[in-house]
Design a protein around this ligand. Structure first.
Ligand SMILES: Nc1nc2c(ncn2[C@@H]2O[C@H](COP(=O)(O)OP(=O)(O)OP(=O)(O)O)[C@@H](O)[C@H]2O)c(=O)[nH]1
Ligand SMILES: [Mg+2]
Length: 286
């Protein structure tokens, strides 16, 4: 059997998690249009005939601002240990520039094959894609370059085959029915956070964290942490409308994940400066 680990690197918001989900054929990591959505390492598993491809989704490369972002960058720095290859993800919709170069310098010095995924090519004209591919090809000595759309699935099978081709002979690292290495509690917390990110803007998404307190047969209870009272008012909304909407959006996905109906109880709590609280960050898996 061929099996191994491929890390997914890139600037924030280029579509790394969307790409991991597409390659795995199902939801492994939450996705949002806000940068810094992914805060921890997530292994997503793509099984097939005679192979197991494990994709390592990581936070985006960033300059740390506080203990939370420091820990996220630490996760990135260690995310390339013991991988068989790296996919560097670029957004075809943005200028390929200093941030991508920074990622490339790190990734191309690892001594493993690097595959460039030029993502978000959906609805772009051919000439623009070609010129972005030209720029991308100058980032380093790459093994292959694939234009893809993680959103529509364009080019995903070709990219997956390319990555499988780079895997060594190896064992089955995860049982075939396991799609990710996250516990059910963490997956539920992440789903709730995803919906909270959809309904908030600007700086607020970075100040939100979710912790599951009870994962029962009937009741799932989770806390949504924010840093200030005014943030709490926004996340609760008028007469609870926002937190209610978070629940409405999260519940079907949680039920699908757990395989049975649940009652979802969400509480919004102020936890001042939680992004600086190393013990809490540890508990939240960041
Ligand atoms: N049009 C288009 N949008 C995409 C594509 N892939 C991802 N996106 C969008 O890009 C945004 C960021 O996607 P994510 O997958 O969360 O990006 P990420 O790189 O994991 O971001 P961080 O975890 O914050 O570093 C979301 O709004 C996605 O829907 C794509 O192929 N085409
Ligand atoms: Mg992500």
């Amino acid at each position: 059997m061929k099996s191994g680990f491929v890390a997914v690197a890139g600037r924030p918001n280029v579509g790394k998690s969307t790409l991991v989900n597409a390659l795995c054929g199902g939801k492994v990591a939450i996705v949002s249009d806000k940068p810094h959505t992914t805060r921890r390492r997530i292994a997503g598993v793509a099984n097939g005939d005679g192979h197991q491809l494990v994709l390592v989704d990581l936070p985006g490369f960033q300059r740390p601002l506080d203990p939370m972002t420091e820990r996220m960058q630490h996760t990135v720095d260690h995310g390339f240990e013991d991988v068989d290859a790296v996919v560097i993800v670029l957004s075809a919709r943005e200028r390929i520039g200093a941030g991508d170069n920074f990622v490339a310098r790190r990734v191309f010095s690892l001594g493993v094959p690097v595959v460039i995924a030029l993502n978000k090519v959906d609805n772009l004209v051919g000439g623009h894609i070609a010129s972005q591919m030209q720029t991308a090809s100058k980032l380093g000595d790459f093994h292959a370059l694939h234009p893809v759309s993680a959103k529509t699935g364009d080019g995903i099978n070709e990219l997956r085959d390319e990555l499988i081709g780079l895997l060594p002979e190896g064992p089955e690292y995860y049982p075939p029915d396991q799609r990710s290495d996250l516990s059910p509690e963490t997956q539920v917390a992440e789903l709730v956070r995803e919906k909270a990110l959809q309904l908030t803007r600007e700086e607020l998404p970075l100040s939100i964290s979710v912790e599951v307190e009870e994962l029962g047969e009937k009741v799932v209870r989770a806390s949504i942490y924010v840093e200030t009272e005014s943030q709490k008012q926004i996340v609760v909304g008028k007469r609870g409308s926002v937190v209610k909407e978070i629940g409405i959006r999260a519940r079907p996905e949680i039920e699908q994940l757990l395989g049975h109906p649940i009652f979802l109880e969400l509480h919004v709590k102020v936890m001042p400066k939680w992004r600086r609280d190393v013990r809490l960050l540890e508990r939240l898996g960041i």
